[in-house]
Structure formats: C-alpha cells, structure tokens
Design a protein around this ligand. Structure first.
Ligand SMILES: [Zn+2]
Length: 345
C-alpha cells in the first residue's frame, strides 16, 4: 500500500518548512505514493524537519514511516490554532495567479492544498501542492470563467478573467519549396501520422511541478519569428505561426527551458523536421522543431539548462533556426510571454 498523504507545503520560497503530522519519535516520512511524487522535491527536507508544532496532515489513507506502514491512529492532527500564521494564510487565502492576462498566455495559479478548479465549467488538474495552470490560445475568448472550491467547502468561488486582445502581424515568406506550400498527395499519410504523434505527446498530463518555475530561453540567436503572425508562403495565406523562432548556425546548442521528461523525439517529420517534445507537468509542454540533432530520448528526465538538441534547418524552413513552442494541452501559447528575450543575444 502506497502512502497517500495530503501535505500542506509552504510557498516555494520556504520549501524547508513542510507541515507533516506525525508524533515525535516516529522518525522520517518516506513518500512513495503516486500522490507524494508530485511533491517529491520535499522528501529529503521532510526527513530532517519534522516538527509537530508546525505539523498538519490534511488527509491520509496510510503513511509509510521508516519503510513501515503506520497505523493512521499514530498520526497527530493539529488544529489551525497550532499552525504558524503563514500556514493559516495558505489555508484561508484566495486565488493567486501569475502571468499576463492576454491571449496566448500561460497562467500559473496557486490555491490552498486540496482545492478543486474549473475553467469554463471544465474541471482541470491541480497538484496537491495547490499549483495549477491554465493557458489561452492565440484567439482565445476574451472572458474566461475560473471557479474554485476550497478544501472542506461546498460552494465555488468564481472570477472572470478578462484577457487583453492581441494584434498579430502578417509575415510574408518567399522562397519556400512548393512541396511545403501544397504538399503532394503521397505525403499526406506521413503528415497525418506526424500530427497524431505530436497530439499524443501534448496530451500528456503528468504531476511534474516544473511548470511552476521560471523559464529560460532555450537558445542564443536572433529572434526571427514571433507567436501568432499570419503566414503567407509564396503569396498563399497559411496557418498562423505559433512558435518563437530563434535563428543561428546549424549546431547551435538548444537547452531545456525547464525541467521535464522527454515525451517525443522524431528525426524527420514532414513540416517540422527533427522534432522534440518535453513535458513540464499538468499538460504544459515545450516543442522544439527543425533540429539537426537530438541528444535525448523518450523517457529521459532533463534538467533546466541541459543540452537537449542542436539547431538545424530540417523540414519546412528557409534557413537554420529553432522554432520553440509552448502548449497547454492543445492550446498553443506564446513562449515570449514567459522568458526574457534579451537573453537571446
Ligand atoms: Zn517558426
């Protein structure tokens, strides 16, 4: 039986103060359950900082202590008056949202641990830490309804998010090989197959917490294309551009913008050439395309800043560049809203 414990962590800046409810003398807590995996970064700290003055287990089934299953009666539940004020603040706090309220944005949210969240009446995933994320595509509706229910409560709270409307420019690109502007019949099956693989990778919703952190730009170079622009290839209007393009020489190192797990690698897709997708948790993924080389494989855990690939000119391109995309499931988001573009130089 795996431990299933709902812990109340402090905010990210105070990771070393975690509230756990065990009686003195029980020793360390080992979180081995799938639920604890979402907050596994705390486990080492947990072992060192058990302090029942600061402890509260919100909910549990069983708990493994020093590798022995512990009867739940050994757990000590504390009342809010025993908790430090920061913990009470988290229990009673309102929604915290980080990000720009605009089309193309990824918003990172925080609620008290154990809350439930809905976006436009659809329930969305939230980690036991209370972290969640929502994303709004290029042409997202300008009003989005966010609702949440705090732990132990029966009614929902609601906030209408008002998104700013974006203006997108028109990008005219000449000199694209005609087989990429109107693909020949023989390649349609290949394109369909590429799209299925990409959609499957982007549908991944793991409990990784990487998406809560700040992103870094994955490559140095010249910003040569932006999110949302309407593309016109050789005079023919096509789908908008959804990535952030960074141009540089073939072989330029590409680094992971966040920690994550590799969910797809493909050496040569029809449009996107060398293609790599990394999952950052709760449906947030990075896609890197036109790569000349991929140095990781599906299932690999990658760390922020780790080299994952090299820039190339594969697929539909007019020159070597990285096209980096951020998705929240199918929603295509603007990477430029999440990084400092001056890092590119
Ligand atoms: Zn591009």
């Amino acid at each position: 039986m795996l431990a299933r414990v709902l812990l109340l962590p402090m905010n990210n800046s105070a990771k070393n103060q975690i509230y756990v409810g065990v009686k003195p003398g029980l020793g360390s807590i080992i979180c081995s359950g799938i639920i604890c995996a979402g907050i596994i970064f705390n486990t080492n700290v947990l072992a060192e900082n058990i302090n029942t003055k600061n402890a509260r287990v919100l909910a549990f089934e069983t708990l493994t202590v020093d590798n022995k299953k512990t009867d739940t009666t050994d757990l000590q539940e504390l009342t809010p008056k025993d908790l430090p004020s920061e913990a009470v603040a988290q229990l009673t706090s309102q929604l915290v949202l980080n990000g720009s309220l605009t089309q193309g944005a990824l918003l990172r949210g925080k609620l008290p641990s154990g809350s439930v969240v809905w976006l436009n009446n659809k329930r969305i995933n939230i980690l036991l830490s209370g972290d969640f994320v929502v994303g709004f595509g290029r042409d997202a509706a300008l009003t989005q309804k966010l609702e949440w229910q705090l732990p132990g409560q029966t009614s929902r709270k609601q906030k209408n998010l008002k998104l700013a409307k974006r203006e997108y420019n028109i990008q005219r690109i000449e000199g694209v090989a005609s087989k990429y502007v109107s693909p020949p019949k023989e390649v349609l099956e290949r394109i369909r197959n590429d799209n299925v693989q990409i959609a499957t990778a982007r549908a991944t919703s793991s409990e990784l917490t990487a998406f809560t952190k700040a992103l870094i730009l994955p490559a140095k170079g010249v910003i040569s294309g932006v999110f949302g622009s309407q593309r016109v290839f050789n005079g023919e209007p096509k789908r908008p551009h959804f990535g952030l393009d960074i141009a540089g020489p073939v072989g330029t190192a590409i680094k992971a913008p966040l920690d994550g797990v590799v969910t797809l690698t493909h050496a040569d897709m029809y449009y996107s050439g060398g293609t790599l997708i990394i999952d950052h948790g709760l449906g947030v993924s990075s896609t890197f395309i036109h790569l000349s080389l991929i140095v990781v494989k599906p299932g690999d855990m990658v760390k922020q800043g780790q080299k994952i690939a090299e820039m190339g000119a594969t697929g539909r391109v007019t020159g070597p560049h990285l096209d980096w995309r951020i998705n929240w499931f199918k929603e295509r988001l603007d990477p430029a809203l999440l990084v400092d573009l001056t890092e590119a130089e």
